[in-house]
Design a protein around this ligand. Structure first.
Ligand code: 6PG
Length: 481
């Protein structure tokens, strides 16, 4: 529907906090932004509070909204992922024209995005599933943006997105990720890594608290110190902030009055489900998802309180040494979590034929997003040196970093086990590392067992082909080809 009053370069529909902040970010960057929300009260509230941020066009109906946009029209949907997204897309698609672009900036499931992209393409519309990370603050001041969808749409959309994205060394934290659902897939794995990173930080905190007996304020200082070294990251920085916070009501550290049951909106769980389908061992992410579930099993946990912890508890005596051990264990486990996430991205890329570039992702995750961290520069370099790296932990820099940390890592995991402090992500990351570097795994025995009970066959180390032992016969071996 053409309109002579079409003045806006971008439209945003869904003006809750994230949508409002992104709209303001566009306006502050000089774009005229058409605003739309199901209830116009939110639009008016935004205009009343921040109308001076730049140039906005207030609209009430979808027709008015679409009519306010320059062609090709670009509309960013910022509604809660799920059915609401389908309803808004349908409404917009009905009012738009071939060549227009619909961008879904929510945390949509990537398979939904694949479906939606195909449906819109059939109607001549460009559908871009864009992962946006950085929370409310990032949305306003510079998020990391992971747009998928047709490459042609990025020509028209890219400059706008890049101008509102965070910048690191002048490089925008936004790039075209790949076709259809790849942007949301990559954002999903980002969130999975976020879960793993948060769980690892939580385990470090637990050890500092219960193995070393440090208080919240002292632990905050430890994290502040860590944040000036190789662990420097947004999540470590905010950990110190949270631990420093005093509860106004009780005078206690806030962390001590927050219920210890972690919630989730589901992107971590999606990451693990997808990893199971792809056959990628994202053990750190999986442990993080399960740890949240366990923490939330309140009745079961209450019933289990007082169960025996055994008699092997042995507290570390050298606080400074053990704190340094925890730091190294955290760093090594974190490398594993990112390595596993990048493996999943590579597997997704192969499965869906997306041609994703891990180095590009490391580049755009350096700023704006929740998992931004100093060591992403090293990840970027590792993939620049070898785009076909079999695993991040094999890059020379990370290989050495783990080599330096490995004794500390083992000391921390063994101390935690003896003390009865749960460290599922530290321990599983270490086991993953040990499994990956093992010359012989017990999987040979698994294959033998499978062949015994189900004639599932096995391969031999010294010959090509598949074999089967006649277990219930004379136990000779036959070729199973
Ligand atoms: C981001 C975050 C964001 C989401 C968190 C919370 O990148 O900005 O990932 O998308 O708010 O992931 O997710 P949970 O509620 O599942 O912890």
């Amino acid at each position: 529907m053409a309109s002579s009053t079409a003045t806006a370069q971008i439209g945003v529909t869904g003006l809750a906090v994230m949508g409002s902040n992104i709209a303001r970010n566009f306006a502050r960057n000089g774009y005229t932004v058409a605003l739309h929300n199901r209830s116009v009260a939110k639009t008016d509230a935004l205009l009343a509070a921040h109308g001076n941020d730049g140039s906005f066009v207030r609209t009430e109906t979808i027709e008015e909204f679409v009519g306010a946009l320059e062609k090709p029209r670009r509309v960013l949907i910022m509604v809660k992922a799920g059915e609401a997204t389908d309803a808004v897309i349908e409404e917009l698609a009905g009012a738009m024209e071939p060549g227009d672009i619909i961008i879904d900036g929510g945390n949509a499931l990537y398979t939904d995005t694949i479906r939606r992209e195909a449906a819109m393409a059939a109607r001549g519309l460009n559908f871009v599933g864009a992962g946006i990370s950085g929370g409310e603050e990032g949305a306003l001041n510079g998020p990391a943006i992971m747009p998928g969808g047709p490459k042609e749409s990025y020509e028209s959309l890219g400059p706008l997105l890049e101008s509102i994205a965070a910048k690191v060394d002048g490089v925008p934290c936004c790039t075209h990720i790949g076709p259809d659902g790849s942007g949301h897939f990559v954002k999903m794995v980002h969130n999975g890594i976020e879960y793993a990173d948060m769980q690892l930080i939580g385990e470090a905190y637990h050890l500092l608290r219960d193995a070393l007996g440090l208080g919240a304020g002292e632990i905050a200082d430890v994290f502040t110190g860590w944040n000036s070294g190789e662990l420097e990251s947004y999540l470590v920085e905010i950990t110190a902030q949270v631990l420093q916070q005093t509860d106004a009501k009780t005078g206690q550290p806030l962390v001590d009055v927050i219920v210890d049951a972690a919630e989730q909106k589901g992107t971590g769980r999606w990451t693990v489900k997808s990893a199971l389908d792809l056959g990628v061992p994202v053990t750190g992410i999986a442990e993080a998802v399960f740890a949240r579930a366990l923490s939330g099993s309140r009745a079961q946990r209450k019933a289990a309180q007082g169960l025996a912890s055994g008699t092997l508890a042995e507290k570390p005596t050298d606080t400074a040494q053990f704190t340094e051990d925890i730091r190294r264990a955290l760093y090594a486990s974190k490398i594993v979590a990112y390595a596993q996430g990048f493996d999943q991205i590579a597997a997704g890329s192969t499965e869906y034929d997306w041609d994703l570039h891990p180095g590009d992702l490391a580049t755009i995750w350096r700023g704006g997003c929740i998992i931004r961290a100093r060591f992403l520069d090293r990840i970027k370099e590792a993939y620049e040196q070898n785009p076909a790296l079999p695993s991040l932990i094999l890059a020379p820099y990370f290989r050495e970093a783990i080599e330096e940390a490995v004794d500390s890592w083992r000391r921390v995991v063994s101390a935690a086990v003896r003390l009865g402090i749960p460290v599922p992500a530290f321990a599983s990351s270490l086991s993953y590392y040990d499994a990956l570097r093992a010359e012989r795994l017990p999987a040979a025995l698994t294959q033998g067992q499978r062949d015994y009970f189900g004639a599932h066959t096995y391969e031999r180390t010294d010959a090509e082909g598949k074999f089967h032992t006649l277990w219930s016969g004379d136990r000779s071996e036959v070729s199973a080809e």
